[in-house]
Design a protein around this ligand. Sequence first.
Ligand SMILES: [Zn+2]
Ligand SMILES: [Zn+2]
Length: 280
Amino acid sequence: MRLKIWGCRGSLPAPGPATAEYGGNTSCVEVMLGGEAALVLDAGTGIRALGLDLVRRGTRQIHLFLTHLHLDHLEGLRFFAPLWDEQVTLEVWGPRSPVLGLRDRILRAFSPPLFPLDFRDVPARVTSHDLPGEPWRAGGLRLFADLVLHPGPTVGFRLETGGSSLAYLPDHEPALAGIEGRSADWISAGALARGADVVLHDAQYLDAEYGARIGWGHSSVDAAVAFCAAVDARRLVLFHHEPERSDRGLELLEARARELTGPDRPPPVLAREGMVIDLS
Ligand SMILES: [Zn+2]
Ligand SMILES: [Zn+2]
């Protein structure tokens, strides 16, 4: 399994020279399957460049898995080039909401006054599905989605293939319910990340910043490291970078993560736009 990161900024795009190295686009990760179909996690602004690449590659079968519908995970979809090709099939999967169906929640962002065009005018064949509560298989992968601690219906994903496993938890505040001294069963997303080879995890704040932001749905770097240790995951990839944080600021955060990580685990790394992660 190989992944490519197209966007790893949290909350709001943050373009400019201070963020050029790690990137300013919001969450979007491609799971590179090597076949006809594409599998995409989240539709932040990073999906714009991915869409152009999929058009170049002639990929017309696309599965998009949304962790939730906060705008930083959805707003790139309006500028996703494959939508404008009638031969494209796009299947969108997202968390169930008791209030409104997934398609209607996406339509909100695709209609005036927020957007000039209507979703009904999109030529691609788009279908939407609620994520199943049980593991399922797609494109040679075993997938599992589970609700995690974050405001509103939000899931994380676990992907497995050929003995390797990945957890994708871009927006997650497990510290709210407790991490240390608990078994993985009693930690938010414990079932998703337990023993995973790689965990892409929210690390939006430094510990000193977190105190004023408890309950906002995001993690400190200290909590991200503690979470990985508690669920016995191997390699931490720091994700959902704070928009205010410059490239140099991110490197200080990475240094803090390495300081906190025990010698039995590989050193954590910062997610970066264009980064390819090989799990095989
Ligand atoms: Zn987010
Ligand atoms: Zn969010």
